[in-house]
Ligand binder design. Structure first.
Ligand SMILES: Nc1ncnc2c1ncn2[C@@H]1O[C@H](COP(=O)(O)OP(=O)(O)OP(=O)(O)O)[C@@H](O)[C@H]1O
Ligand SMILES: N[C@@H](CCO)C(=O)O
Length: 307
């Protein structure tokens, strides 16, 4: 039967002061999402069947109403009156609960796959809207800062949620990412955040976030890293959840323009000063956490892999 496979990248959200707004697509790690049209007369009780392999596959729900990819597919199929049944095969390269947009990679991958397979011709913004519905299952809120770069690639700004508005900025930059073996659920890491903040912190964070955009346009990675580390609201709350993070911050100082928590953690992302510094940062991360490390760079959004 007809099928399509999508490369769906890991993404790093927030980048310090850009909570729920900033996001980066990474070249590695990534998920592969295959969607196959299966016999309409199949005996499966659902229109959407899911199977998962790879990183922590056993922890991922197969019920399409609980799996982030399933939720997106069901909604798209309902809206476009798609009668066929589909089998979603997710090969996880991104560990769930990582802070690298594992749940969102499935959402983005399936949105792009269903769009192509059924020739829906949806634009990126509509795909991001559908994909973000899946995030509500994993994070308790349909935040778009992972699915936006997951679909568009590069650096994205989700400038509005109602209505959804996303801006995309090309960015060619190396990063080093550590994935400490600590479990942090996005849902829980959102609950510990303050619902109200003093005006002074708002002023600080807007200043740092706007400074980041200026730095990106000027390819000034030194200032980008400095501003990225200036969040006074979210990062200080979550830093306490990641053992070893404070030590890492001190030890990478000479090698990184900046370091922060990726998404809701535990992943940590650093901007190296150069290639040699990238290896030094990777070494430091390995010593502290003895965990998977990715020396990678900003990359493309989800795309079809031609077989
Ligand atoms: N297709 C899926 N892929 C990954 N996780 C899924 C999927 N469907 C449901 N989940 C659930 O979502 C949760 C993981 O999502 P969570 O947002 O906590 O982590 P993450 O996506 O890796 O991190 P972050 O959003 O901070 O980058 C787990 O409870 C997992 O079982
Ligand atoms: N903006 C979201 C990203 C989760 O990856 C959060 O920090 O909760």
């Amino acid at each position: 039967m007809k099928e399509i496979t999508i490369y769906s990248p890991a993404t790093s959200a927030n980048l310090g002061p850009g909570y729920d707004i900033f996001g980066l697509a990474l070249k590695e790690p990534y998920d592969l999402v295959t969607v196959e049209i299966i016999e309409s007369s199949c005996k499966c009780c659902e229109k959407v069947k899911i199977s998962v392999s790879g990183e922590k596959a056993e922890e991922i729900p197969l019920d399409p109403t609980q799996n982030t990819a399933g939720v997106v597919a069901l909604k798209m199929m309902e809206d476009f009156n798609i009668q066929e049944c589909i089998h979603i095969k997710i090969q996880k390269g991104i560990k769930p609960g990582s802070g690298l947009g594992s749940s969102s990679a499935s959402c983005s991958g399936v949105a792009v796959a269903v769009n192509k397979l059924f020739e829906l011709n949806l634009d990126d913004l509509k795909l991001i809207k559908y994909a973000s519905l899946g995030e509500a299952v994993a994070a308790g809120a349909p935040h778009a800062d992972n699915v936006a770069p997951g679909i568009m690639g590069n650096f994205t700004l989700t400038t509005s949620y109602e209505p959804l508005e996303v801006l995309n900025i090309p960015l060619d930059m190396d990063v080093v990412v550590a994935l400490p073996n600590i479990q942090v659920s996005t849902k829980e890491a959102r609950k510990i955040l303050p619902q109200e903040i003093p005006l002074s912190k708002m002023v600080n964070n807007v200043g740092k976030a706007t400074g980041m955009i200026h730095s990106i346009y000027n390819k000034d990675f030194e200032n980008l890293g400095k501003y990225m580390m200036g969040d006074q609201v979210v990062e200080p709350c979550r830093a306490t959840l990641i053992q070893g993070y404070d030590e890492a911050k001190v030890k990478v100082k000479d090698f990184a323009h900046g370091i922060t928590i990726s998404g809701s953690g535990p992943a940590i992302i650093a901007i190296p000063k150069n290639k040699e510094c990238s290896s030094e940062i990777a070494k430091i991360f390995k010593e502290i956490w003895d965990c998977p490390i990715y020396e990678t760079s900003v990359g493309k959004g989800a795309y079809e892999i031609k077989k």
